[in-house]
Design a binder for this molecule. Structure first.
Ligand SMILES: [Fe+2]
Length: 280
């Protein structure tokens, strides 16, 4: 049962660790058009429907990813499901959610938090910063079967698409916890870690606005523009000061009800327009 989908969970905020969280926060403030605040060595960047936190630690490490459920009842249903699956529940590390929130660790040690937003996100585009709600996070794994089982069966995400190599092994799995094609994706790689996170600009023209904004700051696009096969989304990628990959996406598929799609492991699947960054 896709309990996480029923909870209408969406990616609300992410914490990244860094050797220099101040520099990283400054970059996100400028590049991703967010206001920067800090308390000691904890930095927070806020923009419309996007919140990023930065903490002193190991560069390129995901501190945690936090998902907001549609309401408290949905959060409690999800918590009961997770407990029934015998997943250990750990205290929420999030400073943005209240005490109702809980956290779990996936098989690669990534912490995922579920809570309820105190101030609901308002993704409606108004005048002001460029549109781009925080939308998905992707990680790499050495054990695709275990990590898919965790997200799909233990947490109740739904699998949208899988990519398989010629031997039939899954090399990418896309999972959702609402109508968005993926809110989490997992890439097979020789090393587990953070792969990238993404902001959904919605429309192609808004990607142009982002590219002009980034260009004015001499922040280069490192991959794209292109179109992914799974999710059908348009994309550009940039790198932050720690080398973390940031995606700005548009036209991400909205999934209501359809069977899981399977894709061939080849560059075309990752980028129908040109070169691909293959993780395995
Ligand atoms: Fe992505």
């Amino acid at each position: 049962m896709s309990v996480a989908v029923a909870a209408g969970a969406y990616l609300h905020h992410i914490e990244l660790e860094s050797g220099d969280p101040a520099a990283l926060a400054d970059f996100y403030g400028r590049a991703m058009d967010m206001a920067v605040e800090h308390k000691g060595e904890n930095w927070i960047c806020r923009g419309p429907a996007r919140v990023m936190l930065f903490k002193k630690g190991k560069a390129n490490k995901l501190g945690y990813a936090a998902f907001a459920c549609r309401d408290e009842e949905a959060l409690e249903t999800l918590r009961a499901h997770v407990q029934k699956q015998k997943v250990a529940i750990i205290p929420s590390p999030s400073t943005q959610f209240d005490k109702r929130a809980f956290a779990v660790q996936d098989p690669e040690g990534n912490r995922m938090v579920f809570g309820v937003a105190n101030e609901p996100m308002d993704p409606i585009r108004k005048r002001g910063p460029i549109h781009g709600p925080l939308q998905h996070v992707t990680v790499t794994s050495t054990n695709m079967a275990a990590i898919e089982d965790f997200y799909a069966n233990k947490l109740g995400f739904a699998v949208s698409d899988r990519v398989r190599n010629d031997q039939g092994a899954v090399t990418t799995c896309f999972l959702r916890c609402n109508h968005e094609h993926h809110t989490v994706a997992i890439f097979l790689k020789s090393e587990a870690g953070l792969d990238h996170h993404s902001y959904e600009a919605g429309e192609w023209g808004t990607i142009k606005d982002w590219a002009d904004h980034l260009g004015s700051m001499r922040i280069p696009i490192v991959w794209g523009p292109g179109r992914h096969g799974p999710g059908n989304n348009l994309f550009i990628f940039i790198k932050d000061t720690d080398g973390n990959m940031i995606e700005i996406s548009a036209e991400l598929e909205v999934v209501h009800d359809r069977p899981v799609k399977e894709w061939k492991h080849e560059p075309y699947t990752l980028n129908m327009w040109g070169p691909a960054i293959m993780r395995s």
